[in-house]
Design a protein around this ligand. Structure first.
Ligand SMILES: [Zn+2]
Length: 275
């Protein structure tokens, strides 16, 4: 009797192994297996910050440097004053974008503001009020991913610098975060000077579909996956809801980036390998 049960148990175990092989719950050859911690919902380049969603704790303060004291980073642009801070990484991305603007004869750029800590945002909010400044804790400048860009020739809405960025910044991973025709979605007045870094291919998809950032994140959530070819690279983007530490089985192989949306999930962007 005992041996019969043992035999049945072995048969069941074997069936389990075969089923797992067929159903793909084990690692597959063309998938990424990524361990995700719950707090990753609040980390990365695609964090949404607005009136509803606050800036999560981040490393921006540690990464930002005073650009006035780092003259080696001032390539092709000036500063509004000696207090402007930004991470060297984002400063270099900005400088490499405006190097292309200079090739088009547009070269009177200023950085008016970069990273701001909560204290600085509070002071600004008290000075300018809620029509112009974001509530402290709800400014993209606290994330270290936003820049206010100016021109030495005119207001950004009229300046060649503003026009060039509006037409081209999406090719470099930047977006006009508060566009003129999306104020009903962003709930922020048109700011032709405020640029937000989201990275490629996201800025390209937003541009092609004419999405505000809020709309783009909703679109990712609705789509199971999006495939996009940018500059010869094939990207596949996935959204996963995250409520606890978990392991994702992403059905595409390649190098990847992961970012939270700052509310309920992560976006995995895979750059497909060529083979
Ligand atoms: Zn701004």
């Amino acid at each position: 009797m005992m041996r019969k049960w043992l035999l049945l148990l072995i048969v069941f175990l074997l069936m389990g192994v075969i089923y797992n092989r067929l159903s793909g719950s084990g690692p597959q050859k063309d998938e990424l297996v990524i361990r995700v911690e719950k707090n990753q919902v609040h980390e990365g380049n695609l964090l949404l910050v607005n009136e509803e969603l606050a800036v999560p704790p981040n490393h921006a303060d540690a990464e930002a440097v005073n650009l006035y004291k780092h003259k080696e980073l001032l390539n092709g642009f000036g500063l509004l004053d000696s207090t402007v801070r930004l991470s060297p990484d984002l400063t270099k991305k900005f400088a490499s974008m405006i190097a292309d603007a200079a090739n088009d004869g547009v070269d009177h750029f200023l950085i008016n503001s970069g990273y701001r800590n909560n204290k600085e945002q509070e002071a600004l909010y008290e000075e300018l009020g809620p029509e112009i400044a974001a509530v402290p804790g709800h400014s993209e400048h606290n994330l270290g991913l936003a820049l206010d860009i100016g021109s030495t020739t005119a207001q950004m809405k009229d300046a060649p610098e503003g026009k060039w960025l509006k037409e081209n910044s999406w090719k470099y991973g930047f977006i006009v975060r508060y566009p003129e025709d999306k104020t009903n979605i962003t709930d922020v007045v048109h700011e032709p000077w405020h640029f937000r870094y989201v990275g490629l291919p996201h800025s390209v998809i937003m541009h092609e579909n004419h999405f505000a950032f809020e709309e783009y994140l909703d679109y990712l959530k609705e789509s199971k996956s999006i495939t996009m070819v940018v500059a010869g690279n094939t990207y596949v983007i996935y959204y996963y809801p995250i409520s606890s530490n978990t392991t994702l089985h992403v059905p595409t192989k390649g190098s990847y980036e992961i970012s939270g949306n700052n509310s309920d999930g992560v976006i995995v962007t895979v750059m497909k390998s060529q083979d």
